[in-house]
Ligand binder design. Structure first.
Ligand SMILES: Cc1cc2nc3c(=O)[nH]c(=O)nc-3n(C[C@H](O)[C@H](O)[C@H](O)COP(=O)(O)OP(=O)(O)OC[C@H]3O[C@@H](n4cnc5c(N)ncnc54)[C@H](O)[C@@H]3O)c2cc1C
Length: 485
């Protein structure tokens, strides 16, 4: 089986497809992208990406990987209206224990809308990749395959394009998202699916874009009213986006689906543990309809354990591993996988089609595994979640909960562990001696009835009054965060 690299075909011109196109463009003479939608040249919603109506976090890992694929893109995003938000100091955060005193922790992911992000990625892919051939408004209708004994080689794709009913290529990349049909097409050739792992918390979103009423006392830029297993199944999040706007997403777990009609949406908002967000929204100007989304299950198609001998074909992005969006990991992992594909092509220039497929899928899972453990683990904490609970699950949960609890009192702890959830830090950080010592210290103080910080309770008048207090008024809380010797 040869290692010809003249033509690659990418199915799907969404986030993963465009990142992959750039990452592998230097390894192929030509890259063709087959995309069902007509891609807008500006920041606009489109039918192929309905999730763009909802809040989208770009984790630090995503920014880092995107910068690698498209050097300079962070500056372009900022110039287009994105901004950075400190997760400690600019987020009004109502945890299960009460309001967390805002203290800057220097962890500043970018905040922006999905349509802005995707439009800039798209513009860069179109301008950077000279050998890109974009077939828009073109749907994949099948795969072209050749069988040789127990080996099946994917040698191209079939489309509904009148002039390109069949395209031949040396590598076919499936980046067509959660609804990918590629495995169904391969089944027609007698190819079995890879092992599939599902963890479904039966989560749902309902979201709307707003412009907040001006308020000179508003010190925060985002607000999170957290849910908590096993009973607090409703949560709400407000995040700033570009041009002074924001997006509000209401979430629910274990069958608690926020409604998309106006009265239902407002009622849900008002039912959150604190009415702080509802009060803001009552004064805000709606800029969109309310959109609901329910397909938020975690699904890992374990291609790295695929025993079928398939070559010339790889899968990445949501088509391979889809995460519950609540943890904001999907795009970061799609960008990571795209770079892993570029790396695999570069590291194994002579690999045959079968070896390449296997090597890439193994590399991809090595990168995605931690994100999978975080998302599926958090979802499995809920009693109504379907999925297999791993060994010592209860113990791991208790450990993580202890660290999170202590981090509300000691920002140093948040500084240490937040990178794990931004997918730029190792999970082993949780057992670092300095972190363990800080957590133990905070826990000891609490057990002695002398907590380092008394978190204002959820219904605390300081935080739950009509206007949250300006940052200066919370200075005493900041000062009290310093542990006394
Ligand atoms: C409600 C919601 C909120 C989310 N929030 C976040 C977040 O905060 N942070 C984050 O990182 N991730 C988030 N995600 C996940 C993120 O949206 C996905 O991980 C990301 O879009 C994956 O990119 P993709 O290119 O693999 O798939 P998609 O974005 O789904 O793109 C697939 C592309 O393939 C095209 N296509 C599909 N079928 C065909 C076909 N037959 N022929 C041709 N083209 C086809 C589609 O039109 C589309 O352009 C969220 C997801 C949802 C559902």
């Amino acid at each position: 089986m040869g290692n010809n690299r003249s033509h690659a075909i990418v199915i799907g011109g969404g986030f993963a497809g465009l990142c992959a196109t750039k990452a592998m463009s230097r390894h192929f003479e030509r890259v063709t992208v087959v995309e069902r939608d007509h891609l807008p040249r500006v920041a606009e919603h489109r039918s192929g990406v309905p999730q763009s109506h909802h809040v989208h976090a770009l984790l630090l890992r995503g920014s880092r990987e995107l910068e690698r694929t498209f050097p300079g893109i962070a500056d372009e995003l900022i110039a287009a209206g994105a901004s950075r938000m400190d997760l400690g100091g600019e987020l009004a955060y109502c945890s299960e224990f009460g309001w967390v005193p805002p203290v800057g922790v220097g962890i500043t992911p970018m905040v922006l809308s999905r349509i802005l992000l995707e439009s800039v990625v798209r513009a860069r892919a179109l301008s950077d990749v000279a050998n890109l051939h974009l077939l828009e408004g073109t749907r994949l209708t099948g795969l072209v395959t050749e069988r040789n004994g127990d080996h099946l080689r994917v040698v191209g794709v079939k489309t509904n394009h009148p002039e390109h009913r069949e395209l031949r290529g040396d590598l076919v990349v499936d980046a067509s998202g959660r609804s990918s049909k590629c495995l169904a097409f391969l089944a027609a050739d007698g190819v079995a699916e890879p092992p599939i792992e599902m963890v479904d918390a039966h989560s749902g979103y309902a979201s709307r874009f707003y412009e907040l009423a001006p308020d000179e006392n508003r010190w925060w830029r985002g607000m999170l009213i957290e849910g908590k297993a096993p009973t607090r199944r409703r949560w709400g999040l407000l995040m700033p986006i570009e041009h002074g706007r924001c997006v509000v997403t209401l979430g629910g777990v274990n069958g608690e689906y926020p409604p998309a009609d106006e009265p239902g949406f407002m009622e849900y908002l008002n039912s959150l543990p604190t009415r702080a967000l509802a009060r803001e929204i009552a004064r805000a100007k709606p800029l969109s309809k309310i959109h609901a989304h329910r397909s938020l299950y975690n699904r890992a198609r374990h291609f790295e354990r695929w025993t079928e001998r398939v070559g010339g074909f790889v899968t990445l992005g949501d088509a391979a591993v889809a995460f519950n969006a609540t943890y904001g990991q999907g795009m970061s992992m799609a960008a990571t996988a795209a770079n892993a594909l570029g790396d695999t092509l570069g590291t194994y220039p002579d690999a045959d089609a079968f070896a390449l497929t296997q090597r890439f899928h193994k590399a991809q899972w090595a990168h995605l595994k931690t994100a999978w453990q975080i998302a599926s683990g958090a979802d499995l904490e809920w009693p109504g979640t379907e999925g297999k609970r791993p060994f010592a699950f209860g113990l791991k949960l208790a450990l993580a909960a202890t660290v999170v609890r202590a981090s509300h009192e000691l920002p140093q702890i948040k500084r240490l562990y937040a990178p794990i959830y931004q997918l730029v830090g190792s999970p082993w950080t949780l057992v670092r001696p300095d972190l363990v010592a800080l957590v133990a210290y905070a826990g000891l103080r609490r057990s002695l009835g002398r907590p380092l910080v008394r978190l204002p309770p959820i219904d605390c008048p300081t935080f739950a009054q009509d206007h949250l207090p300006p940052l200066q008024e919370q200075a005493p809380l900041h000062a009290s965060l310093q542990p006394r010797a």
